[in-house]
Design a protein around this ligand. Structure first.
Ligand code: NAD
Ligand code: AKB
Length: 327
């Protein structure tokens, strides 16, 4: 039976750190190549290739060298960073994806994963239980690149038969890795401050509702989508998936059950406008029907697990990024 050989691009980020570890557990260390523009945060386990995704020739070389059969393309600039540098965001997010799709087409890659986001919604999109095929009217450069990215993914599937799969992730919460430049990052940072007994200044208003998901659910969703038989998939652009919806004040109330002394103040900045443009919950019935998506963590279960894991990390004096902890 042919063996999968996987390339993770953007492996040193919030998702890549955890996803690469999960993929190594499934496929074996020798079958997962990680790559990023930045050097690895951990002592490298397996193969690592330094790669700027804008260098299409180097990407092609890596794909051929390792005989890659599947690509998880995570490298991107996220919403908050994206508004500070829209041109670079367009460049990295669009031309990076284009390079990946082109090499995948030329080298007949079996499957490509491209993460989309709730940032594709905005403007006239309905806010609650937002439909899979509703209005997409992104208000950020990041969201625009995700919407166009979804169209590009579908184009490559229809035109060239390239099996591209995609999920519209909500804000992701993880203890293993820190987020990088997003609007939902407050929901990770708040835990780190709480566990360190430090005050937290929140950049969103206390009643700003956003859809969120715990990282183990997001990783499982990604792997389940990638393992689903292609004939079960009704679309090759971003699947809505939903797990929980909460505001900063609801999150704080849950954290207070474990750490009642924890103090939060609210100083909304430009990220408030980004959050206000996004939806609060999504209709994910297509994902449930097509590949059996089902969340496992709600707000209470996520908070309990986050706090317990961060307390263990604090107690052991280990870095959040020390992958050996999770082996
Ligand atoms: P992140 O910012 O933590 O990680 C992105 C990684 O990409 C970083 O390690 C960075 O060094 C790398 N990178 C940036 N520019 C690069 C380039 N030119 N070449 C190669 N590597 C480059 O982001 P993340 O949270 O891990 O997100 C991964 C993907 O998932 C992104 O496409 C993001 O849009 C999407 N997503 C994330 C979330 C979330 O809440 N984390 C939600 C929705 C969608
Ligand atoms: C961000 O806040 O930019 C990301 C996302 C929801 O896409 N976490």
């Amino acid at each position: 039976m042919p063996v999968d050989k996987i390339l993770v691009i953007g492996s040193e980020g919030q998702i890549g750190t955890v996803l690469s570890h999960a993929l190594r557990q499934i496929h074996g260390i020798a079958h997962v190549v990680t790559s990023d523009i930045n050097p690895p945060r951990n002592s490298v386990i397996g193969y690592f290739e330094k790669l700027n995704i804008l260098d299409g020739a180097k990407l092609h070389e890596i794909v051929k060298k390792h005989k890659i059969t599947q690509i998880y393309h995570l490298a991107a600039l996220l919403s908050a960073k994206g508004e500070q540098n829209p041109r670079q965001t367009w460049d990295v997010n669009m031309n990076g994806l284009f390079n990946v799709l082109e090499v995948a087409r030329q080298e007949k890659i079996d499957k490509v994963f491209f993460p989309s986001s709730i940032a594709v919604f905005g403007g006239l999109s309905s806010k609650i239980n937002t439909p899979q095929h509703g209005i997409l009217q992104p208000q950020t450069m990041y969201g625009i690149t995700k919407e166009v990215g979804e169209h590009l993914a579908e184009y490559y599937f229809n035109k060239f038969g390239l099996d591209v799969r995609s999920i519209r992730y909500p804000g992701l919460i993880s203890y293993q890795s820190l987020p990088g430049g997003g609007t939902t990052d407050y929901a990770v940072d708040i835990f780190h401050k709480a566990v360190k007994n430090e005050d937290f200044s929140c950049f969103l208003k206390k009643d700003t509702y956003l859809p969120m998901m715990y990282m183990p659910d997001a990783i499982r969703a990604t792997i389940e989508l990638m393992q689903a038989p292609v004939e079960n998939l009704s679309m090759h652009y971003g699947y809505n998936i939903h797990a929980m919806r909460f505001s900063p004040e609801q999150l704080l109330a849950e954290i207070h059950k474990y750490l009642p002394e924890f103090q939060v103040s609210y100083q909304p900045d430009y990220r408030q406008d980004i959050a206000a443009s996004w939806v609060e919950s999504m209709d994910d019935s297509a994902a449930r029907t097509d590949w059996g998506w089902q969340e496992r963590f709600d707000l209470a279960a996520m908070c309990k697990d986050m706090i317990s894991n961060l307390q263990k990390i604090k107690h052991n004096g280990a870095s959040e990024y020390d992958e050996k902890m999770f082996l």
